[in-house]
Design a protein around this ligand. Structure first.
Ligand SMILES: [Zn+2]
Ligand SMILES: [Zn+2]
Length: 169
């Protein structure tokens, strides 16, 4: 997701560009790309290019209970500043931005959105994804996926606290 901003960097402050995004991004690094769609708005500021993106995608996740893979829709909006590393008009190197974690535009004036998209998507992915809120998970004994129906182990198990109560009654 690379945009050449050499022209925009030469324009005056306040100049803008709009881009439609429709690309595959490998979010989790497992080579399973996710199709990312949406729009990015670029604004030339005095010191940088301010990028505002509104994107959506579906990521493939593995349910933490039943281990089935499922598709999880994500929508995100973010705003990031991209700092040029060379002056677009003169080609002279510019001092690095003060904050080390900011994004930069490379010496060929390429603004690469991939890393920002990947970071923002990762923020939105749940730590323990569930294929559905009431996912029944796997049977601890036989490993059957309980979303597909009960196994025979479940019925035999009685909570010891209840069996004690039954005895007293
Ligand atoms: Zn599940
Ligand atoms: Zn079972």
């Amino acid at each position: 997701m690379q945009i050449n901003v050499s022209q925009l960097l030469r324009e005056s402050i306040g100049a803008t560009r709009d881009y439609r995004i429709n690309e595959v991004v490998d979010i989790s690094g497992n080579n399973e790309g996710s199709q990312v769609e949406g729009e990015c708005h670029l604004l030339r500021t005095q010191r940088s290019i301010l990028t505002t993106c509104s994107l959506s995608t579906d990521v493939k996740l593995t349910c933490s209970r039943c281990l089935n893979s499922f598709s999880y829709p994500l929508k995100m909006k973010f705003e990031e500043e991209y700092f040029p590393t060379v002056d677009a008009a003169t080609g002279v190197s510019l001092p690095p931005p003060e904050e080390a974690s900011t994004f930069t535009i490379d010496e060929h004036h390429i603004l690469d959105l991939t890393e920002a998209i990947r970071q923002y998507l990762l923020l939105d992915i749940p730590m323990k994804p569930l294929c559905k809120i009431d996912c029944a998970g796997l049977c601890q004994k036989c490993g059957k996926n309980l979303n597909e129906g009960n196994c025979d182990c479940v019925k035999q198990e009685i909570d010891p606290r209840w069996s004690e109560l039954t005895r007293l009654l």
